[in-house]
Design a protein around this ligand. Sequence first.
Ligand code: AHR
Length: 311
Amino acid sequence: AADASDAADAADAADGDVIKIGFAQVGHESDWRTASTNSAQSIFSAENGYDLQFVDCDQDSAVQLEAVRGFIEQDVDYIIIDPIVSTGWDTVLTECEEAGIPVIVIDRTIDDSDKYISWVGSNFKNEGLAAGEWLKAYTDAKGISDVNVLVIEGTTGASAQIGRTDGFKEIADANGWNILDSQTGDFTQAGGQEVMESYIKSYEGQFNVVVCQNDNEAFGAIDAIHAAGKTCGPDGDIIVVSFDSVKAAFESMIAGDLNATFECNPLHGPRVAEIIQKLEKGEEVEKIQYVDEAYFDTSMDLEEILKTRAY
Ligand code: AHR
């Protein structure tokens, strides 16, 4: 009996060492998202001392709130949220707080509650500003003074959509560019293709720039442009710009279809692990952490850069 109880104690102690995490992921809508999921799943492994409960919320906010409540019921040690939309969070974050479970937010922001311990991600407005500034320099260099833009936005209400829209619009307004239309493609390739097909019908011959709020939307838009017998990229009639900088975007630029992509870094797993390890030791963590990001266009040695891309 003494042996059995010792074994039970040992098992309890071992269990106690495992850090239980619930991750309410946005979905699986893009290459970027796959890289984000892989980053979390590879660091929060059993071998690294974690028990990861992962929920793919399939871009459905109700499912995401339910996932967080499920993690509270399971009494996890930490909850990670990549919020599909930036509002509607205060009640459930209050529930996390009352249950004593620290929440770490990654990538997209929560804008109507501060009841989380830390956020790490991108400055989406800066990404939109950078895309606008790049387009200004590019059109100036090419002597294009009439800039007529169609925007394919990301998921409505996501901070990535809001920031990229605001940043790009600021530069467009400052330069008197014409934004003909701005509709959501929900951050998917199918969405980008569908919106572009409808834009081609409605704005035939009226536009020379397409801004897609992620690379996958751009892949769909480029397919629609080609299917309509039109050309894009540095040697084509339509300039196409996107965000994320996934490997396939480099392939698209090398193929001469995409002009430029503005980086959004998805590799947050190790960053969150560092935050959790600090919290485990009782150390302070930063509330807000922005990651550094770059951009890439067809003037660069893309073959060489692609060799070292992690996602
Ligand atoms: O929140 C980050 C954005 O979400 C990425 O740009 C996009 O690919 C993803 O769907």
